[in-house]
Ligand binder design. Structure first.
Ligand SMILES: [Fe+2]
Ligand SMILES: [Fe+2]
Length: 247
């Protein structure tokens, strides 16, 4: 079996509160009896996209060679590239990457952010990259597609208004690639599970805060509920099980 940790929305801002909550999640991972095979971070790593916020993230991520990440709407591509990817070019195109575990699953970490905006879209360039990358992988490799913005409504108007636009384009694309077994996102700051394109859509809870639901409160965000993460377990027969955990 393959054990994955899915962490999202750290919103590191140089402050003690976000740092403490992120440390709780990573300490939980470091204390496991069996280490995870990979850690996936689905965006909003920094709160303001500042270089010093990415320096903080780099320290948290250091020594974790199978930690894969993508940007969210709070991230800023040039600083993200410079600090987390060692690319000082200042280019502002989407940040997409593919990773494969030895003899195991593949992960596409895609950029759904739109610079300067809270909502998201998979740009033409990114959709083309997803198609080319999936085509280039053996079709018997179980594959996860991860990005920041949920492509469906989650029944919370605040977050539904800033979800992924034009999601039907991804639905159509994934129709040709049955090896994609799940779609993973963040952004909603709530542990949620739905369906998208006939696959599980699994939303990682927010580390920095928790989204409140309309039937729970008139407030949108709770800062006191504990930080969470998801464990995704992939069986040898490709069945996926998700456990949500607070730390
Ligand atoms: Fe966020
Ligand atoms: Fe976000």
């Amino acid at each position: 079996m393959i054990l994955l940790a899915h962490v999202s929305d750290l919103h590191l801002d140089g402050g003690e509160r976000a740092a403490r909550r992120a440390a709780r999640v990573f300490d939980h991972l470091d204390g496991l009896r069996r280490p995870v095979d990979a850690i996936l971070v689905t965006g909003d790593i920094a709160d303001h996209g500042l270089p010093q916020e990415y320096e903080e993230a780099a320290k948290l991520f250091s020594g974790r060679d199978r930690l894969f990440h993508c940007p969210g709407n709070h991230d800023r591509r040039p600083a993200y590239r410079a600090v987390l990817l060692g690319d000082p070019s200042g280019t502002d195109g989407p940040i997409n990457s593919v990773h494969r575990l030895d003899g195991g699953p593949a992960f596409l970490l895609c950029d759904s952010s739109i610079p300067g905006r809270p909502d998201g879209i998979l740009a033409d360039e990114t959709l083309d990259w997803i198609r080319e990358t999936l085509t280039g992988l053996p079709d018997d490799v179980p594959t996860f597609v991860a990005f920041h913005h949920p492509p469906v409504i989650l029944h919370q108007p605040y977050i539904d208004d800033i979800r992924l636009a034009a999601a039907e384009r991804l639905t159509e694309l994934l129709g040709g690639f049955p090896q994609v077994i799940a779609v993973l996102t963040g952004h909603a700051h709530t542990a949620a599970a739905s369906m998208f394109a006939g696959r599980p859509l699994l939303v990682g809870p927010g580390v920095v805060s928790t989204l409140l639901l309309p039937w729970e409160s008139e407030r949108v965000v709770d800062l006191e509920l504990p930080p969470g993460l998801a464990f995704h377990v992939l069986d040898d027969d490709r069945r996926l099980t998700t456990h949500y955990r607070v730390t």
